[in-house]
Design a protein around this ligand. Structure first.
Ligand code: ADP
Length: 306
């Protein structure tokens, strides 16, 4: 600020520290704009987060609804069979012991089916939050394949399927929750029974492979069934998804099997792929990280048994 007495009149000059009044206004405007922009950014972030969480809640609610509907539908069929068979038994409608045995077997089979379903749902719930590392132990892939085939072999053979088993000798161990990984293989083999028995053939194959992400054991379950329709392919690992053609069929299932397999394999830092060709046939390929030992780049497969 300066005072001068040029024409005998007082003159007052006011000067801002930043320079001219225009510069001061420009600085002030810039600062205000920056603050407004910051506030808007925070608001936009808040709105985005709100939208994302609302959408998540909506998807979760839809999933829960589908889950409840899928389970109720799947439970209803075996329960109806059990109820009718039990009513008939109770009302003395059996004409002979053979009839009674038949109904007994029917009730037993349906009860088994219910147990399997409940087990699958429980495993699904358990793998929602896998306790990483808690139950891991080094296991020979050969042992996993043998255990899964010991359980599923009879059903595969009963469905008229030839079983081929190839295990690369000297495979590295995999660090896994053995029961869960055996479950995965059983799931894939049960699907082969359900969807691919027409092909009359299934092959389980375990090999060592290595690529830039490290050494892996690759376990493949391959069949010569109808394969997976291109429209179904992107969705088959989604929870509760069932193939278009399967939905209207009598084949039991709630669409949890493959999502479960994927979840379990990924919880072991592995991956799963599916291949299906135009001419039919499906191949599910699991990659499980191998324990660190020297493995050949792409091992030659050797047939162990068939
Ligand atoms: P679910 O068997 O209860 O339907 P999954 O998650 O195991 O559920 O399978 C999802 C879908 O993938 C099945 O409904 C079926 O359409 C398809 N699918 C799975 N395995 C095979 C297979 N080996 N061949 C043909 N389709 C298959």
């Amino acid at each position: 600020m300066a005072l001068s007495k040029a024409d005998g009149k007082w003159k007052l000059l006011v000067k801002h520290r930043a320079g001219s009044l225009d510069t001061a206004f420009a600085t002030f405007r810039l600062r205000t704009m920056a603050i407004s922009f910051g506030v808007l950014l925070v608001l936009a972030l808040g709105i985005t987060m709100l939208t994302v969480s609302t959408e998540r809640a909506r998807v979760l609610a839809k999933l829960q609804m589908e889950f409840a509907m899928g389970i109720s539908h799947e439970l209803r069929t075996p329960l109806t069979v059990i109820r009718v068979a039990a009513d008939n038994l109770a009302n003395g409608m059996m004409v002979n012991a053979q009839h009674t045995q038949k109904y007994g077997r029917l009730i037993g089979d349906e009860a088994h089916r219910l147990t399997d379903m409940v087990e699958q749902i429980l495993t699904f719930a358990r793998t929602q939050s896998p306790r990483r590392g808690s139950d891991l132990s080094p296991v020979a892939p050969e042992h996993i394949v043998r255990r899964a085939l010991a359980v599923c072999g009879p059903a595969l053979r009963e469905a008229g399927m030839e079983i081929e088993r190839f295990v690369d000798p000297g495979l590295p161990l995999v660090s896994v929750d053995e029961n869960l990984i055996v479950d995965c293989l059983q799931n894939l083999l049960n699907n082969a029974v359900k969807y691919a028995s027409s092909g009359g053939w299934v092959r389980v194959c375990a090999e060592a492979v290595s690529h830039r992400d490290g050494a892996f054991v690759r376990i493949t379950v391959e069949d010569r069934g109808p394969g997976i329709a291109p429209g179904d392919l992107p969705h088959i690992f989604d929870p509760f998804y069932r193939g278009e053609a399967v939905r209207s069929s009598q084949i039991p299932g709630v669409g949890l099997g493959l999502s479960l397999v994927k979840r379990i394999v990924e919880a072991h830092d592995g991956t799963i792929e599916v291949k299906s060709s135009e001419n039919g046939g499906a191949a599910f390929i699991l990659y499980l990280p191998a324990q660190p030992v020297e493995v050949p780049a792409e091992a030659e497969m050797k047939e162990v048994t068939s």
